[in-house]
Design a protein around this ligand. Structure first.
Ligand SMILES: Nc1ncnc2c1ncn2[C@@H]1O[C@H](COP(=O)(O)OP(=O)(O)OP(=O)(O)O)[C@@H](O)[C@H]1O
Length: 262
């Protein structure tokens, strides 16, 4: 009992941090793959309605971190907390049920299904099964205006991203893990994603962790930025502050000079 209380009151449990209720957090996350250290002692936290942007040069470990936070991969060590509970050992589908939704860099849609069938499969993916109204709610939120009979494979990148996001949103998640949601989009589409994410966070209180290379998008929507390099967090804070951090300059500058030398 005492241990449980300590767990609940511990800052790393994410219940109370800096005077604000933390919805989701991780502490001491490390990961090895193929005999290499990929992540080392990562800590982060996010509260309801907050947008945390994650940036870093290629290979910094951002996607690997999302694999762990979403439950697709176990860490070597460390803990993931959601709504005050330790969810480190829960797989992806169990975390989805609790209210964690994740999107991927590449918006892969089902080969053989239409838009309507994709929604149906998502509605029935796990209990509680959802209704057509839930699917319409998700489609309305993202502004998806495509006939149900359209094969999902025929959708362009933007509508694929919208379809996949709608399938997540119809479950009313309280946390979204978004891996480069603007990749492959043109500027007007990025603006639409920007508005949608702001609405989800600020009007619907959804917490968002977003990995994104487009600094201008993050500058508009992120409340805080966390910068990763070579598997570690090297800077954290407001966008202007992290961009002025010499460690961040060094991480990007060294990467670019290595690319130029190659
Ligand atoms: N299955 C794996 N086995 C071995 N190494 C891996 C594996 N997956 C990723 N890595 C390595 O882990 C490191 C981090 O990769 P990761 O994709 O997480 O970085 P990232 O920051 O998301 O990069 P990008 O911005 O290019 O998407 C890279 O060096 C990558 O080569």
């Amino acid at each position: 009992m005492v241990e449980l209380m300590l767990r609940r009151l511990s800052p790393s449990s994410g219940v109370e941090q800096g005077g604000t209720a933390t919805l989701f957090s991780c502490s001491g996350i490390s990961l090895d793959l193929g005999g290499r250290e990929i992540l080392r002692e990562i800590n982060l936290h996010v509260q309801a309605g907050e947008v945390l942007g994650i940036i870093g040069p290629n290979g910094a470990g951002k996607t690997s971190l999302f694999e762990i936070l979403s439950g697709r991969m176990p860490p070597k060590s460390g803990t993931v907390w959601f709504k005050g509970e330790n969810v480190t050992s829960l797989p992806l589908h169990s975390r989805s049920r609790l209210g964690i939704g994740r999107t991927f860099q590449t918006p892969v849609v089902p080969d053989e299904l239409t838009v309507g069938e994709t929604f149906k499969a998502a509605r029935q993916a796990y209990r509680p099964f959802l209704t057509k109204f839930d699917a319409e709610y998700g489609a309305d939120l993202v502004g998806l205006k495509i006939s149900e009979d359209t094969p999902a494979m025929q959708l362009d990148t933007f509508n694929r991203r919208k379809l996949l996001l709608a399938c997540l949103l119809m479950r009313r998640p309280s946390l979204l893990l978004l891996d480069e949601p603007a990749a492959g989009l043109i500027n007007s589409e990025v603006d639409e994603i920007d508005k949608l994410l702001r609405m989800l966070a600020k009007e619907m209180d959804v917490a968002i962790l977003i990995v994104e290379h487009r600094i201008e998008l993050l500058g508009m929507i992120a409340d805080r930025i966390l910068v990763m390099d070579a598997g570690e967090v090297i800077s954290e804070g407001l966008m202007d502050d992290v961009m002025a951090d010499p460690k961040v300059h060094a991480a990007y500058f060294e990467d670019f000079s290595e690319e130029a030398d190659a």
